[in-house]
Design a protein around this ligand. Structure first.
Ligand SMILES: NC(=O)c1ccc[n+]([C@@H]2O[C@H](COP(=O)([O-])OP(=O)(O)OC[C@H]3O[C@@H](n4cnc5c(N)ncnc54)[C@H](O)[C@@H]3O)[C@@H](O)[C@H]2O)c1
Ligand SMILES: O=P(O)(O)OC[C@@H](O)[C@@H](O)[C@H](O)[C@H](O)CO
Length: 386
């Protein structure tokens, strides 16, 4: 039986990665920092995935185990003969995971030189490269030689909306998901004995990850931020607001302009993808809170993420991304008190002012873009949402 070790037993870890690994016959070991979650997985050993559509479907993931990140003995046992290692911990946690993995891979290499694939499943561009670099930076020369020869680091694009929805659960580790899923994986980077059903091995990942991060996550974040400002609790409510719908659809068009110019995907195909995304947002059963989707605005408004990247891509292609800039401005107005990163931005605005904060967080230096974001921010703060 093939073995998988997955770091991050949270929503997408259980609701998507765990599901496909289970269906592909992998023996699954989750690894997490959250002790209660680890204990519950080991207590129940199985969980339900409730697929929320017009009717509720239930899938069972059985025979799972969990290891706490500090449980060195069991983590080593799990890693030393794993066939695949995956993560869904949040991109900013990959540096720490990489340091730990380097340590465990050194121990593994003392016992065997079996092939292995390591994949980060995060909402970020080329997240596996981030994890790979952290591992290499903490590896001996001998280990690097083994990694070069036998360990694959495929980048991935993972897509399934897995909210924190409050449903009637049979176990505390049950999760609720949408029906849709897509997992695109960089084919040429695979080195191990890879057999995950339901994923798609692709020759060139960049069009897939940029399409997903810009047209889904960029739209999602904008819906969340504008929805928050207009007082909506859920995504499905916000996207039904005509003003928000219009801004989001125009944002998708602006981002598609840049994507098509770069990847030649076809505007018709990008429109079809964009429309499907909007339909997914309208699913009322997900009860996906705007504060989940807008979480960590410092990450979401940063240079390489879902709003600034498409804005720059479109701008460099000759289009003024008015609606993407509107989404960015709304992100700076996202002042949800229970989100530490939202509070960090608000603190910066109160001490440095909006313009300096926009420059600091987005990394933008194009004055025309910064000025437009600041102007839109001020409109939003004065209650003028188009
Ligand atoms: N939820 C979704 O709809 C969705 C879909 C696609 C991608 N993603 C991405 O997947 C990642 C996880 O998102 P999520 O929604 O599952 O979040 P989540 O908070 O539900 O799960 C993250 C899990 O990782 C654990 N964790 C954090 N740091 C860790 C560490 N250093 N070692 C081990 N475990 C650690 C947390 O305890 C938590 O259980 C993010 O990158 C997110 O952008 C989420
Ligand atoms: O997970 P984040 O914080 O990067 O983004 C919030 C949502 O947009 C995200 O979780 C989506 O639900 C997911 O990316 C859908 O595939």
């Amino acid at each position: 039986m093939k073995k998988a070790v997955h770091f991050g037993a949270g929503n997408i870890g259980r609701g998507f990665i765990g599901s496909l690994l289970y269906k592909s016959g992998y023996d699954i070991y989750f690894v997490d920092v959250f002790k209660e979650l680890v204990d519950n997985i080991n207590k129940f050993k199985s969980y339900n995935i409730f697929i929320l559509g017009n009717d509720i479907k239930k899938e069972v993931v059985d025979g799972v185990k969990a290891i706490h990140i500090d449980d060195e003995e069991n983590l080593l046992k799990a890693i030393e003969d794993a066939d695949v290692i995956t993560t869904s911990v949040g991109v900013n946690n990959l540096y720490g995971i990489g340091e730990k993995l380097a340590y465990y891979l050194e121990r593994r290499f003392e016992k065997n030189d079996l092939p292995l694939d390591i994949m980060a499943c995060e909402n970020a561009l080329f997240a596996t490269n981030i994890l790979r670099d952290s591992i290499y930076n903490n590896s001996s020369e001998n280990l690097k030689a083994y990694l070069d020869e036998k360990v694959g680091f495929p980048n991935t694009a993972v897509d399934r909306i897995v909210p924190n929805v409050d449903i009637e659960k049979e176990t505390p580790i049950d999760v609720a998901v949408e029906e849709f899923f897509e997992w695109d994986i960089e084919k040429d980077a695979v080195k191990g004995d890879f057999d995950i059903k339901g994923c798609e091995l692709v020759d060139d990942l960049e069009p897939y990850i940029e399409r997903k991060l810009f047209l889904l996550n960029g739209s999602h974040a904008t819906t969340a931020y504008l929805g928050y400002l207009k007082g909506y609790k859920y995504i499905h409510e916000a996207i039904l607001d005509d003003t928000i719908d219009k801004i989001v659809r125009n944002l998708q068009l602006e981002a598609s302009f840049g994507l098509n110019n770069k990847h030649k995907i076809g505007m018709d195909k990008l429109k079809e993808y964009s429309d499907k995304v909007i339909e997914r947002f309208k699913n009322p059963h997900l009860k996906d809170e705007v504060v989940r989707v807008g979480r960590d605005p410092v990450r979401k408004l940063s240079n390489g993420d879902r709003l600034v990247s498409p804005a720059k891509l479109s701008f460099e292609t000759g289009l003024m991304p008015e609606n993407i800039l509107y989404g960015i401005a709304a992100g700076f107005a996202f002042d949800y008190k229970d989100d530490p990163k939202a509070m960090e931005i608000q603190e910066s605005i109160s001490t440095l002012g909006i313009e300096e904060t926009v420059k600091k967080v987005t990394g933008l230096n194009e004055t025309i873009l910064i000025d437009k974001i600041v102007k839109k921010y001020k409109e939003l703060k004065s209650g003028k949402i188009k």
